[in-house]
Design a protein around this ligand. Structure first.
Ligand SMILES: [Fe+2]
Length: 294
Protein backbone atom coordinates (compact mmCIF):
# COMPACT_ATOMS: atom_id res chain seq x y z
CA UNK A 1 0.00 0.00 0.00
CA UNK A 2 1.25 3.42 -0.95
CA UNK A 3 1.97 6.00 1.66
CA UNK A 4 -0.51 8.88 0.95
CA UNK A 5 2.16 11.37 1.84
CA UNK A 6 4.26 9.99 -0.92
CA UNK A 7 1.52 10.52 -3.59
CA UNK A 8 2.50 13.31 -5.92
CA UNK A 9 0.00 16.01 -6.79
CA UNK A 10 0.11 16.33 -10.57
CA UNK A 11 0.28 19.93 -11.77
CA UNK A 12 -2.62 20.96 -14.05
CA UNK A 13 -1.88 21.18 -17.74
CA UNK A 14 -2.46 24.56 -19.46
CA UNK A 15 -5.41 22.98 -21.32
CA UNK A 16 -7.07 21.96 -18.03
CA UNK A 17 -6.55 25.43 -16.56
CA UNK A 18 -8.01 27.06 -19.68
CA UNK A 19 -11.01 24.73 -19.80
CA UNK A 20 -11.78 25.37 -16.15
CA UNK A 21 -11.37 29.14 -16.37
CA UNK A 22 -13.63 29.32 -19.44
CA UNK A 23 -16.33 26.99 -18.17
CA UNK A 24 -17.92 29.32 -15.65
CA UNK A 25 -18.07 32.47 -17.80
CA UNK A 26 -19.30 30.36 -20.74
CA UNK A 27 -22.00 28.75 -18.63
CA UNK A 28 -23.09 32.10 -17.20
CA UNK A 29 -23.18 33.65 -20.69
CA UNK A 30 -25.42 30.86 -22.00
CA UNK A 31 -27.72 31.30 -18.98
CA UNK A 32 -27.84 35.08 -19.54
CA UNK A 33 -28.66 34.70 -23.25
CA UNK A 34 -31.32 32.09 -22.42
CA UNK A 35 -32.84 34.37 -19.81
CA UNK A 36 -32.82 37.32 -22.21
CA UNK A 37 -34.45 35.25 -24.98
CA UNK A 38 -37.11 34.02 -22.57
CA UNK A 39 -37.85 37.53 -21.27
CA UNK A 40 -37.87 38.99 -24.78
CA UNK A 41 -40.13 36.31 -26.27
CA UNK A 42 -42.57 35.68 -23.44
CA UNK A 43 -42.62 38.86 -21.33
CA UNK A 44 -41.43 41.94 -23.24
CA UNK A 45 -42.38 40.89 -26.78
CA UNK A 46 -46.13 40.38 -26.29
CA UNK A 47 -46.55 43.61 -24.30
CA UNK A 48 -44.44 45.95 -26.43
CA UNK A 49 -46.03 48.23 -29.03
CA UNK A 50 -44.70 49.71 -32.27
CA UNK A 51 -45.98 52.24 -34.77
CA UNK A 52 -45.10 51.17 -38.31
CA UNK A 53 -45.27 53.99 -40.86
CA UNK A 54 -45.46 53.30 -44.58
CA UNK A 55 -45.87 55.64 -47.51
CA UNK A 56 -47.50 53.86 -50.41
CA UNK A 57 -46.96 55.24 -53.93
CA UNK A 58 -50.19 54.87 -55.85
CA UNK A 59 -50.26 55.44 -59.60
CA UNK A 60 -53.25 57.45 -60.85
CA UNK A 61 -54.32 58.44 -57.34
CA UNK A 62 -56.54 61.52 -57.73
CA UNK A 63 -54.90 64.63 -56.30
CA UNK A 64 -57.85 64.99 -53.91
CA UNK A 65 -56.87 61.76 -52.13
CA UNK A 66 -53.14 62.39 -52.06
CA UNK A 67 -51.92 62.11 -48.46
CA UNK A 68 -54.84 60.03 -47.17
CA UNK A 69 -53.85 58.56 -43.80
CA UNK A 70 -55.10 55.09 -42.87
CA UNK A 71 -54.49 53.35 -39.55
CA UNK A 72 -54.64 49.55 -39.41
CA UNK A 73 -55.25 47.58 -36.22
CA UNK A 74 -55.79 43.84 -36.21
CA UNK A 75 -55.90 40.63 -34.21
CA UNK A 76 -56.45 42.08 -30.76
CA UNK A 77 -57.06 38.56 -29.38
CA UNK A 78 -58.24 40.07 -26.11
CA UNK A 79 -58.06 37.50 -23.32
CA UNK A 80 -58.28 37.59 -19.56
CA UNK A 81 -54.54 38.08 -19.30
CA UNK A 82 -53.82 41.13 -17.15
CA UNK A 83 -51.62 42.80 -19.76
CA UNK A 84 -54.21 42.79 -22.56
CA UNK A 85 -56.32 45.72 -21.35
CA UNK A 86 -53.27 47.91 -20.92
CA UNK A 87 -51.92 47.04 -24.39
CA UNK A 88 -55.28 47.74 -26.04
CA UNK A 89 -55.59 51.13 -24.30
CA UNK A 90 -52.08 52.10 -25.42
CA UNK A 91 -52.83 50.95 -28.98
CA UNK A 92 -56.04 53.02 -29.10
CA UNK A 93 -54.16 56.10 -27.86
CA UNK A 94 -51.38 55.53 -30.39
CA UNK A 95 -53.91 55.16 -33.22
CA UNK A 96 -55.72 58.36 -32.23
CA UNK A 97 -52.47 60.33 -32.10
CA UNK A 98 -52.02 59.75 -35.87
CA UNK A 99 -55.07 61.92 -36.75
CA UNK A 100 -56.00 59.38 -39.39
CA UNK A 101 -58.64 59.78 -42.06
CA UNK A 102 -59.66 56.14 -41.68
CA UNK A 103 -59.13 53.50 -39.00
CA UNK A 104 -59.57 49.91 -40.19
CA UNK A 105 -59.95 47.02 -37.73
CA UNK A 106 -59.15 43.74 -39.45
CA UNK A 107 -60.74 41.12 -37.21
CA UNK A 108 -60.02 38.61 -34.43
CA UNK A 109 -61.12 40.94 -31.66
CA UNK A 110 -61.34 38.31 -28.91
CA UNK A 111 -59.12 35.35 -28.16
CA UNK A 112 -59.96 31.66 -28.12
CA UNK A 113 -62.91 29.76 -29.49
CA UNK A 114 -65.42 30.38 -26.71
CA UNK A 115 -66.72 33.55 -25.13
CA UNK A 116 -65.83 32.23 -21.67
CA UNK A 117 -62.13 32.04 -22.67
CA UNK A 118 -61.95 35.62 -23.89
CA UNK A 119 -62.06 39.07 -22.34
CA UNK A 120 -65.74 39.91 -21.71
CA UNK A 121 -67.27 41.81 -24.63
CA UNK A 122 -68.62 44.38 -22.16
CA UNK A 123 -65.03 45.12 -21.16
CA UNK A 124 -63.36 44.94 -24.56
CA UNK A 125 -65.57 46.83 -26.99
CA UNK A 126 -66.00 50.03 -24.92
CA UNK A 127 -62.19 50.32 -25.04
CA UNK A 128 -62.51 50.87 -28.81
CA UNK A 129 -65.08 53.67 -28.41
CA UNK A 130 -62.47 56.47 -28.18
CA UNK A 131 -61.11 55.61 -31.68
CA UNK A 132 -61.59 58.61 -33.95
CA UNK A 133 -60.87 59.17 -37.65
CA UNK A 134 -62.03 61.77 -40.18
CA UNK A 135 -64.06 59.31 -42.27
CA UNK A 136 -64.77 56.90 -39.44
CA UNK A 137 -63.74 53.55 -37.99
CA UNK A 138 -64.61 50.32 -39.86
CA UNK A 139 -64.29 46.63 -39.04
CA UNK A 140 -64.35 43.16 -40.56
CA UNK A 141 -64.51 39.89 -38.66
CA UNK A 142 -61.90 37.14 -38.38
CA UNK A 143 -62.12 33.41 -37.75
CA UNK A 144 -62.07 33.78 -33.95
CA UNK A 145 -64.95 36.27 -34.09
CA UNK A 146 -66.99 33.79 -36.10
CA UNK A 147 -66.27 31.04 -33.55
CA UNK A 148 -67.06 33.22 -30.53
CA UNK A 149 -70.08 35.07 -31.89
CA UNK A 150 -69.80 37.79 -34.51
CA UNK A 151 -73.51 38.70 -34.40
CA UNK A 152 -73.20 39.75 -30.77
CA UNK A 153 -69.90 41.49 -31.50
CA UNK A 154 -71.48 43.48 -34.31
CA UNK A 155 -73.92 45.04 -31.83
CA UNK A 156 -71.05 45.95 -29.51
CA UNK A 157 -69.03 47.44 -32.38
CA UNK A 158 -71.95 49.56 -33.53
CA UNK A 159 -72.48 50.79 -29.97
CA UNK A 160 -68.81 51.83 -30.01
CA UNK A 161 -69.43 53.84 -33.19
CA UNK A 162 -67.69 51.31 -35.46
CA UNK A 163 -69.30 50.15 -38.69
CA UNK A 164 -68.91 46.54 -39.78
CA UNK A 165 -68.43 46.01 -43.52
CA UNK A 166 -69.28 42.44 -44.50
CA UNK A 167 -69.36 42.32 -48.29
CA UNK A 168 -70.39 45.94 -48.13
CA UNK A 169 -68.79 49.18 -49.24
CA UNK A 170 -68.92 52.85 -48.36
CA UNK A 171 -67.89 55.86 -50.45
CA UNK A 172 -66.33 59.16 -49.47
CA UNK A 173 -66.07 62.29 -51.53
CA UNK A 174 -63.51 65.09 -51.67
CA UNK A 175 -64.09 67.96 -54.07
CA UNK A 176 -66.18 65.80 -56.34
CA UNK A 177 -63.76 62.82 -56.40
CA UNK A 178 -64.90 59.60 -54.79
CA UNK A 179 -62.94 56.93 -52.93
CA UNK A 180 -64.42 53.58 -51.92
CA UNK A 181 -63.82 51.32 -48.93
CA UNK A 182 -65.00 47.71 -49.08
CA UNK A 183 -64.96 45.04 -46.38
CA UNK A 184 -64.96 41.32 -47.11
CA UNK A 185 -66.84 38.86 -44.92
CA UNK A 186 -64.79 36.16 -43.25
CA UNK A 187 -66.86 33.36 -44.78
CA UNK A 188 -67.57 33.06 -48.48
CA UNK A 189 -66.04 36.39 -49.40
CA UNK A 190 -67.25 38.02 -52.55
CA UNK A 191 -63.96 38.26 -54.38
CA UNK A 192 -65.34 39.93 -57.50
CA UNK A 193 -66.47 42.84 -55.30
CA UNK A 194 -69.65 43.22 -57.32
CA UNK A 195 -71.23 45.07 -54.40
CA UNK A 196 -68.94 48.07 -54.96
CA UNK A 197 -70.57 50.68 -57.17
CA UNK A 198 -67.77 52.73 -58.67
CA UNK A 199 -66.21 54.07 -61.80
CA UNK A 200 -63.03 52.16 -62.80
CA UNK A 201 -60.75 55.14 -62.14
CA UNK A 202 -62.02 55.69 -58.58
CA UNK A 203 -59.70 54.42 -55.81
CA UNK A 204 -60.82 51.30 -53.93
CA UNK A 205 -59.43 50.12 -50.59
CA UNK A 206 -60.39 46.62 -49.47
CA UNK A 207 -60.19 45.44 -45.87
CA UNK A 208 -60.26 41.72 -45.07
CA UNK A 209 -58.99 39.28 -42.50
CA UNK A 210 -57.24 36.72 -44.70
CA UNK A 211 -54.24 37.74 -46.81
CA UNK A 212 -54.61 34.55 -48.88
CA UNK A 213 -57.49 36.32 -50.63
CA UNK A 214 -54.82 38.29 -52.52
CA UNK A 215 -54.87 35.58 -55.19
CA UNK A 216 -58.66 35.43 -55.44
CA UNK A 217 -59.56 39.09 -55.74
CA UNK A 218 -59.85 39.76 -59.44
CA UNK A 219 -61.12 43.34 -59.37
CA UNK A 220 -58.56 46.11 -59.79
CA UNK A 221 -57.90 47.66 -56.40
CA UNK A 222 -55.84 50.50 -54.96
CA UNK A 223 -54.92 48.72 -51.74
CA UNK A 224 -55.76 45.54 -49.85
CA UNK A 225 -55.31 45.42 -46.07
CA UNK A 226 -55.24 42.16 -44.11
CA UNK A 227 -54.27 40.64 -40.75
CA UNK A 228 -54.66 37.03 -39.54
CA UNK A 229 -51.02 35.88 -39.75
CA UNK A 230 -49.75 37.79 -36.67
CA UNK A 231 -46.54 37.94 -38.71
CA UNK A 232 -45.93 34.45 -37.34
CA UNK A 233 -45.45 36.00 -33.86
CA UNK A 234 -41.87 34.73 -33.98
CA UNK A 235 -39.27 35.76 -36.54
CA UNK A 236 -36.03 33.78 -36.46
CA UNK A 237 -32.69 34.28 -38.20
CA UNK A 238 -32.47 32.11 -41.36
CA UNK A 239 -35.87 30.47 -40.73
CA UNK A 240 -37.91 33.65 -41.03
CA UNK A 241 -41.50 33.30 -39.79
CA UNK A 242 -42.15 29.56 -39.47
CA UNK A 243 -45.61 29.73 -37.84
CA UNK A 244 -47.85 31.23 -40.52
CA UNK A 245 -51.48 30.03 -40.66
CA UNK A 246 -51.68 30.05 -44.44
CA UNK A 247 -51.71 27.45 -47.17
CA UNK A 248 -49.08 29.57 -48.89
CA UNK A 249 -46.55 29.38 -46.05
CA UNK A 250 -44.62 32.63 -45.60
CA UNK A 251 -45.67 34.06 -48.97
CA UNK A 252 -48.27 36.45 -47.50
CA UNK A 253 -46.89 36.54 -43.95
CA UNK A 254 -46.19 40.20 -43.36
CA UNK A 255 -45.65 43.66 -44.80
CA UNK A 256 -46.07 45.01 -48.31
CA UNK A 257 -46.88 42.40 -50.92
CA UNK A 258 -47.05 43.30 -54.59
CA UNK A 259 -46.72 40.11 -56.63
CA UNK A 260 -48.82 41.54 -59.44
CA UNK A 261 -47.67 45.04 -60.43
CA UNK A 262 -50.15 47.59 -59.14
CA UNK A 263 -51.91 45.12 -56.81
CA UNK A 264 -50.69 46.11 -53.37
CA UNK A 265 -51.50 44.39 -50.10
CA UNK A 266 -50.39 45.30 -46.58
CA UNK A 267 -50.42 42.52 -44.00
CA UNK A 268 -50.12 43.64 -40.39
CA UNK A 269 -48.80 41.47 -37.58
CA UNK A 270 -51.58 42.83 -35.37
CA UNK A 271 -51.59 43.36 -31.64
CA UNK A 272 -52.32 40.16 -29.76
CA UNK A 273 -51.24 36.55 -29.66
CA UNK A 274 -53.01 33.24 -30.04
CA UNK A 275 -52.02 29.65 -29.20
CA UNK A 276 -49.02 30.81 -27.17
CA UNK A 277 -48.37 34.20 -25.58
CA UNK A 278 -45.11 34.70 -27.40
CA UNK A 279 -43.65 37.30 -29.77
CA UNK A 280 -40.05 37.50 -30.87
CA UNK A 281 -38.73 40.11 -33.31
CA UNK A 282 -42.35 40.62 -34.33
CA UNK A 283 -43.84 43.18 -31.93
CA UNK A 284 -47.49 44.15 -31.63
CA UNK A 285 -48.07 47.01 -34.02
CA UNK A 286 -50.32 49.81 -35.15
CA UNK A 287 -49.78 50.61 -38.84
CA UNK A 288 -50.04 54.08 -40.33
CA UNK A 289 -50.33 54.14 -44.12
CA UNK A 290 -50.14 57.30 -46.20
CA UNK A 291 -51.29 57.17 -49.81
CA UNK A 292 -48.95 59.18 -52.02
CA UNK A 293 -49.79 60.12 -55.58
CA UNK A 294 -47.12 58.75 -57.91
FE1 LIG B 1 -55.67 36.25 -35.32
Amino acid sequence: MKDPASQKIQPKTPKQILTRSLFLPGFLSICAVGLWLFAEAFLLGPSSLTLVRRDLRIPNLPEEWNGLKIVLMSDFHASNNKGDQELIRRAVQLANRQNADLILLLGDFLNGRKESHAMPMETFFPMLRPLKAGYGVYAVFGNHDRWIGSRKMKRHLEEAGIRVLENKAVSFERRGKRLHLAGLAESLPETHLRFVRRQPEEPLIVMMHYPDLYLRIVTETTLLAAGHTHGGQVKLPLLGRPGIPSRHGQRFAYGLIEETPGKKMIVTSGLGTSMMRVRFDCPPEVVLLTLVKE
